[in-house]
Design a protein around this ligand. Structure first.
Ligand code: SAH
Length: 241
């Protein structure tokens, strides 16, 4: 198994994230990279197939949300796919209870097996559609933090995610360079769904000649989401708020 420890530390350090690392979580990231690169040969988890890219574009990127998560929070990751940001958050923050939601069981099985191998006991998987779980009493307005990365455009995502956020809690959408236009398209919807006006935190993730423009688009839950939301998916997609 390739040892990525020094590369992980270097990339985190370049991006001001090194304060999050210790020998135990670096070891877990090493195991995660090894597992991703192995499993990816059989199952299409990610288009990214080299260690450096996995660290920068998946692990360090996921780590950028960590400072917005309060101690002992209950977090839901909507459309978690291969476990981003849910797996890195679970690794970096043993105090946080992470729920990883996706409609594809195969990806969730991978996450469960990975959690076992890495001895993570703070991540659970939830299989189903976000717009269906958003109506369930056990999930609706039950989470301190709801994240989503690379799932849908912000106007759709807001209706999928805000119903899960409890009053005073936070929705964090992880976006790339399209964030500004997406914010414009989603800004009336977020208010209808009970959120505050979006706050946009813009930064770059970089290593050597690689530079990525990233945005954390944040809304706090100020009011309960009206019962009529989320609508069925075809409505959400056809007529975004
Ligand atoms: N967040 C991951 C995966 C992105 S791929 C990452 O950043 O790498 C998007 C994932 O969202 C897919 O796995 C897809 O199954 C899931 N997804 C899309 N819409 C969804 C919905 N309405 N409910 C649940 N999962 C959804």
């Amino acid at each position: 198994m390739t040892d990525y420890s020094s590369l992980i530390r270097e990339i985190f350090s370049e991006n001001g994230l090194d304060g999050l690392l210790n020998s135990s979580n670096v070891e877990k990231f090493n195991m995660l990279i090894d597992r991703m690169l192995t499993v990816n040969e059989k199952m299409n988890l990610t288009a990214i197939t080299d260690g450096e890219d996995v660290i920068l574009k998946h692990i360090a990127d996921s780590a950028t949300v960590v400072k917005y998560i309060p101690k002992n929070a209950k977090m839901l990751d909507v459309g978690t796919g291969g476990g981003f940001p849910s797996l890195p958050v679970a690794i970096l923050r043993p105090d946080v209870s992470v729920y990883a939601l996706d409609s594809t069981a195969k990806k969730l099985n991978y996450i469960e097996e990975t959690a076992k191998i890495l001895s993570l006991d703070n991540i659970k998987t939830v299989c189903g559609r976000a717009e269906v779980f958003g109506k369930s009493v056990n999930y609706r307005e039950r989470f301190d933090i709801v994240t989503a990365r690379a799932v849908a455009s912000l106007n759709i995502l807001t209706e999928l995610c805000l119903p899960f956020v409890k009053l005073g809690g936070t929705f964090i959408s992880m976006k790339g360079s399209s964030a500004n236009e997406e914010i414009t398209a989603a800004r009336s919807g977020v208010i209808q769904l009970g959120g505050t006006k979006f706050e946009d935190i813009e930064f770059t993730l970089h290593y050597n000649d690689k530079v990525m423009q990233r945005h954390l688009v944040i809304s706090k839950k100020a009011k309960n989401t009206p019962d009529s939301f989320p609508r069925i998916y075809s409505r959400i997609a056809k007529k975004p708020l």
